[in-house]
Design a protein around this ligand. Structure first.
Ligand code: NAP
Length: 498
């Protein structure tokens, strides 16, 4: 029985992979790289090759921007209702092919199928949300305070955009940028991460099938991100850079973007505190901790990175949390029984272990886990650490793995100090049954988002983004489309003057 399930799955995998476009999408056509180069995409749970894709270089990037620039004027004039309806059709096509998208993400990224299915729902929701927002980019008309002129304020698409996405949420990170750009009337060059580009390839084909005109979305997968996109950032035809990835790369891109005073949106790294007060419902806090820590195997910018727990409940919380963590079965994401997939590559797994080792060397104790899992793929044991020293690297750096360090606090003031003690400010989680305390935490935590008795905050209808070194700008919500619009003001002479 197991063999036949595996055989069907292997056949299904190869049929799906055979249907993925392998070229670069430029001006509505899939084509090889000018250099003829290709690169391999692998399955992180086995290390085996899945597919080879065209490997774009600077010449291809220039052709992609040529196509985006050529399509911009007519795309901006396309009725917003039509742009919205393309997004709505794309939403329906992705939903109809949800199982294909889920399997593809599991194959290239490693997350369990159930999580990939969740990402299809989350990622496609940006298409639906912005299909509705496309027709609501309103301006305003007003009489100036002195009554002598009229003020007409309109919203216009910023123009061709470069969108750079990370490997951890292959569908959602793309739709969170593409959907508002389409709604606003911008054309695009998308550069997906080279570790997980296949989902973007399939999604771009879906956008064409939904009726997106040639040249509006161009896709250039590449293994040479810096040299390939560098010239675009300095090209005066490019008007916007939207980047999701590490703070380190974001900082470099911000500096490059300063030359042309390019508009930027930056969704960068995180170091989320997860604060549990003495009055929290501990079972709910443990359930939230599992979500905030293990979603995407901990490879999420929103992953809880530091568990800050009141000293009176720390032992009970740690024991319950460790018990749940140790129940997680690791395996290939395509197996329905798998609860925890591999990390993305050997480098990431080794970095996670280095942070754990540093904490253990500094006196921390592993209640569960604490080591890589032997065998094919890049698996790491779900790990809970207690007695973590205040200066441990694991409290300062993004872990990006299934590891939960716990530190304790005595007073609310102390919890706030610990939570804010980071250069990042993306999200925080707070568990308390005292609403006033929850609101006080909202006011005092230096983060763009807060999960109050909630382990997940991502929602297409909400503004996602950070403060401090977690980034600039917001994606999703009413704010998301604004990132792709600029405001023009037209001053009009007093209509009663003559
Ligand atoms: P990364 O190494 O910064 O890469 C992100 C993207 O930037 C990839 O497409 C990468 O290309 C590209 N890139 C790298 N160097 C570049 C350069 N010099 N010029 C232009 N593009 C360049 O980050 P990652 O490892 O993929 O993703 C993990 C990071 O993303 C974490 O820090 C996580 O917190 C952050 N993240 C943030 C959010 C958020 O919304 N705040 C969401 C998800 C992830 P290649 O990989 O193809 O080389």
């Amino acid at each position: 029985m197991a063999t036949s399930t595996q055989t069907i799955t292997a056949q299904r995998e190869s049929e799906l992979l055979a249907s993925i476009p392998t070229g670069l999408l430029i001006a509505g056509q899939w084509r090889p790289a000018a250099s003829g180069k290709t690169f391999d995409v692998e399955d992180p749970s086995t290390g085996r090759k899945l597919l080879s894709l065209a490997d774009a270089g600077a010449e291809d990037a220039a052709a992609a921007l040529d196509a985006a620039a050529a399509a911009q004027a007519s795309w901006a004039r396309t009725a917003s209702r039509e742009r919205g309806e393309i997004l709505r059709r794309a939403f329906e096509l992705v939903t109809a092919r949800a199982e294909d998208f889920a399997l593809l993400m599991t194959l290239e990224m490693g997350k369990p199928l159930a999580e990939s299915r969740g990402e299809v729902v989350y990622g496609s929701e940006f298409l639906r949300w912005f299909s509705e927002e496309a027709v609501r980019a309103f301006g305003r008309y007003s009489v100036s305070p002195d009554g002598k002129s009229r003020l007409l304020v309109t919203k216009k698409p910023v123009g061709p955009c470069l969108l750079i996405t990370p490997w951890n949420f292959p569908l959602a990170m793309a739709t969170r940028k593409i959907a508002p750009a389409v709604a606003a009337g911008c054309t695009m060059v998308l550069k997906p991460a080279n570790l997980t580009p296949l989902t973007s390839q399939l999604f771009a084909q879906v956008m064409l099938d939904a009726g997106l005109p040639a040249g509006v979305l161009n896709v250039i997968a590449t293994t040479t991100a810096g040299p390939t996109t560098g010239a675009l950032i300095k090209d005066s035809r490019l008007r916007k850079l939207s980047f999701t990835g590490s703070t380190e790369v974001g900082r470099r891109l911000l500096s490059d973007a300063s030359e042309m005073v390019l508009r930027t949106s930056m969704e960068l790294g995180g170091n989320a505190p997860f604060v549990v007060f003495e009055d929290a419902d501990l079972d709910a806090a443990v359930a939230g901790a599992m979500l905030a820590k293990l979603r995407n195997m901990g490879e999420a910018c929103t992953a809880a990175n530091r568990f800050i727990v009141h000293e009176s409940v720390a032992a009970e919380f740690a024991a319950k949390f460790a018990a749940k963590m140790s129940e997680m079965t690791a395996g290939r994401g395509t197996e329905e029984s798998t609860k925890l997939g591999p990390l993305i590559d050997a480098k990431s797994r080794d970095k996670v272990h280095e942070l754990v080792q540093d904490a253990l060397d500094g006196g921390a104790v592993a209640i569960t886990g604490g080591a890589p899992i032997d065998g094919l793929g890049y698996f790491y044991q779900p790990t809970v650490l207690k007695d973590v020293a205040a200066d441990a690297r694991i409290l300062r750096e993004e872990i990006f793995g299934p590891v939960a360090p716990i530190v304790t606090f005595g007073t609310e003031e102390e919890a706030i100090g610990l939570a804010n003690n980071t250069e990042y400010g993306l999200v925080a989680y707070v568990y308390t049954q005292d609403l006033n305390r929850g609101l006080r935490m909202g006011e005092r935590l230096e983060t763009g988002m807060l999960g109050l008795n909630a382990g997940v905050v991502s929602n297409a209808a909400a503004p996602f983004g950070g403060v401090k070194q977690s980034g600039l700008g917001r994606e999703g919500g009413l704010e998301g489309i604004e990132e792709y619009l600029y405001t023009q003001y037209i001053g009009i002479a007093d209509p009663y003057a003559s």
